[in-house]
Ligand binder design. Structure first.
Ligand code: PRP
Length: 178
C-alpha cells in the first residue's frame, strides 16, 4: 500500500476566496439583466466552491444539485460517465450556470453540457474553479475559470483522494510513495 503525503499548498484558501469573489462579480454583472439563472453544483467535488460562490451572488438565482460519476480508477477518467443524481428543476428554457471544481479530461462536462442542451436549456455556461489543460481529451469552453493548474494530484477544498481530504481549506498536492 502506498503512503499518502500532502506535498505542498497549490492554491491557498486566501487566493481561493479572492478568486471566488472575482468570479461572483463577473456572474452578477453578466446576469443582472437576464432571466433568473439556475446555478448547478456538480457533486461532490464542487460543494465548497459552490457554497462560497453563491454567497457572493447578489442577483436572483435558483440553485440545484447534480451528481455525475466517471468510471475508471481514482486518478484517471475512462471517458464513461453516468448520472448518479439528477437535477430537481426543469431546465427547459432556463439559463444554466454549471459550477464545477475541476475540468480534467473534459468528459464529465462534455456529457453534462450536452445533456442540458438536449433538454432545452436556454443557455449553458460553465464556472470551474480549476482546469488542468494538459489533461484535456475533449474540448470544453470554460466561461468563468479560477485557476489553471499543472498535472499534479490536487486535493482539498472539495477535491478528494479516495473520498478523503475534501475538508482541507487549501488546495494541496498529494504525492503517493511506495
Ligand atoms: C471529478 C470532478 C469533475 C470530474 C472532472 O469528479 O469533480 O466532476 O472529476 O474530470 P473529467 O474532466 O476528467 O471528467 P469525480 O468523478 O471524481 O467525483 P466527485 O466530484 O464526487 O469527486
Amino acid at each position: 500500500m502506498s503512503k499518502e503525503i500532502i506535498d505542498k499548498i497549490l492554491i491557498s484558501h486566501e487566493d481561493i476566496v479572492n478568486k471566488t469573489n472575482e468570479l461572483a462579480r463577473r456572474i452578477n454583472d453578466d446576469y443582472r439583466n437576464e432571466e433568473t439563472p439556475i446555478m448547478v453544483c456538480v457533486l461532490k467535488g464542487a460543494v465548497m466552491f459552490f457554497a462560497d460562490l453563491v454567497q457572493h451572488i447578489d442577483i436572483d438565482v435558483a440553485i440545484d444539485f447534480i451528481a455525475i460519476s466517471s468510471y475508471g480508477n481514482t486518478t484517471r477518467s475512462s471517458g464513461e460517465v453516468k448520472m448518479v443524481k439528477d437535477l430537481s428543476c426543469c431546465v427547459e428554457g432556463r439559463n444554466i450556470i454549471i459550477v464545477e471544481d475541476i475540468i480534467d479530461s473534459g468528459y464529465t462536462m462534455h456529457y453534462l453540457m450536452n445533456s442540458l442542451n438536449i433538454r432545452g436549456a436556454k443557455s449553458v455556461k460553465l464556472c470551474s474553479l480549476l482546469s488542468k489543460p494538459s489533461r484535456r481529451v475533449v474540448p470544453v469552453e470554460i466561461d468563468y475559470l479560477g485557476f489553471e493548474i499543472p498535472d499534479e494530484f490536487a486535493i482539498g477544498y472539495g477535491l478528494d483522494f479516495d473520498e478523503r481530504y475534501r475538508n482541507l481549506k487549501d488546495i494541496c498536492v498529494l504525492r503517493l510513495e511506495d
